[in-house]
Design a protein around this ligand. Structure first.
Ligand SMILES: Cc1cc2nc3c(=O)[nH]c(=O)nc-3n(C[C@H](O)[C@H](O)[C@H](O)COP(=O)(O)O)c2cc1C
Ligand SMILES: CCCCC(=O)C(=O)O
Length: 386
């Protein structure tokens, strides 16, 4: 079955049974519905970004400046959206971005997300700041592909313990997020004084880690304050440096991908330090207000290291056409962020699956209509820049 069949399924269902799709196919409508369901704190925690929102807007504007140039009389009836990432064959060039503390959106949080992604063979990247443990999420993902995102603690024993748990639980690729060693200035969260971690939410992974627990006199259940006080300086407030990557390389025998790269120089350094990939990302505009659009960073990075590293992309992807554009500019695959959270808020695992199916169907159809049979054929000359 092709991803495009979802379109036909919706029309035929409507014709035969009068049923409408369970959720809107429009990400903006889905966000509005989610907004009505969520409290102000959780909604703005997900929707918000840094400062004036300039980077978040720049992310979208950068997609708007690029236009697809469709080609005619090309037989692109049969398409293959598949890609190989680190020796794993994926059905489509899309992954779910690591998003922490999903319990603020839905009680099943990362478990629902993992189930939905696995049902389509799409990897969901588990955040270190999740509401469920590594082992629980691995069980929910079943046979589905699993990637783990590290927020890198300033305690080597905890770092090594987290990596070994993830490996044991079947996570294959490691994504190390570098751009959030301290939280960006986020006006909505500040005005609402809302930070879920301080209430102990999103800390299931450190709070179930033997090396983390070894430093506490009482369990987090008995003394939440002390556990949060151990967590905060260990995970937040200080950056690591390039020389420290050796620790991760020595303790992870799979691919390592650095997330948050925005400069070609940093991408070259990642390659020089033996990394396997980068995610060109500005964290959805949540960290540095006034930073360049992530899509504008993509082409220079891909040109600099595309032959040495696997280049992934995120920040601002909302539609199938956006995925096509990012692939044309050199990404091997993209990560989807906020839109799947709106699906999670509206319908748990079914909602996340719905969002993914919409995105993949639109990508599939747009590829065909633009005259592309496979993602490998996409290149910058498929686009025009305004
Ligand atoms: C609510 C929320 C929580 C996030 N948590 C994490 C996280 O724990 N680890 C991480 O690497 N990135 C995290 N991110 C960033 C995403 O992985 C991704 O880079 C970003 O959402 C992509 O931009 P988009 O939302 O515009 O698609 C988070 C993003 C949001 C919206
Ligand atoms: C410690 C921050 C984790 C969540 C995160 O990455 C975000 O809110 O963007």
């Amino acid at each position: 079955m092709s991803f495009a069949d979802f379109q036909q399924e919706i029309y035929v269902n409507g014709l035969l049974t009068g049923a409408l799709p369970p959720h809107s196919v429009d990400p903006a409508v889905l966000e509005e519905v989610a907004r009505r369901r969520l409290g102000e704190g959780p909604y703005w925690y997900v929707a918000g970004s840094a400062g004036t929102g300039a980077t978040e807007r720049a992310n979208r504007e950068a997609f708007g400046r690029r236009r697809i140039v469709p080609r005619m009389l090309v037989d692109a009836t049969e398409r293959d959206l598949g890609v190989e990432l680190f020796g794993e064959r994926l059905p489509a060039p899309v992954l779910l971005a690591p998003v922490g503390v999903q319990s603020i959106v839905h009680p099943e949080g990362e478990l629902a997300t993992a189930r939905a992604a696995a049902s389509l063979g799409v990897p969901s990247i588990l955040s270190t700041m999740a509401s469920h443990t590594i082992e629980e999420v691995a069980a929910a993902a079943g046979e589905g592909p699993r990637w783990f995102q590290l927020y890198w603690p300033h305690d080597d024993e905890v770092t090594v313990s987290l990596l070994s748990r993830a490996r044991k639980a079947g996570f294959t690729a490691l994504v190390v997020t570098l751009d959030t060693w301290t939280l960006g200035w986020r006006p909505h969260d500040l005005d609402l004084a809302y930070l879920p971690f301080l209430r102990g939410e999103g800390l299931a992974i450190p709070f179930s880690d033997p090396a983390f627990l070894a430093g506490l006199e009482k369990s987090p259940q008995e003394d939440l304050g002390a556990a949060v006080l151990r967590w905060a300086p260990m995970f937040n407030g200080r950056a690591h440096t390039w020389d420290r990557l050796a620790l991760l390389r020595d303790n992870w025998d799979g691919p390592i991908v650095l997330k948050g790269i925005q400069s070609a120089d940093d991408a070259r350094r990642a390659a020089d330090h033996g990394m396997d990939g980068v995610v060109v990302s500005n964290h959805g505009g949540r960290q540095v207000d006034g930073a360049i659009a992530s899509l504008d960073a993509l082409e220079p990075v891909a040109e600099a290291v595309g032959d040495r590293l696997t280049v992934l992309f995120d920040s601002g992807v909302r539609t199938g056409a956006d995925v096509l554009k990012a692939l044309a500019l050199g990404a091997r695959a993209v990560l989807l962020g906020r839109p799947y959270l709106w699906g999670l808020a509206c319908g748990g695992a079914d909602g996340v699956r719905h969002v993914l199916r919409c995105l993949l169907a639109e990508l599939d159809i747009s590829m065909g209509l633009a005259g592309h049979r496979a993602v490998a054929g996409l290149a910058p000359d498929c686009l025009e820049v305004r």
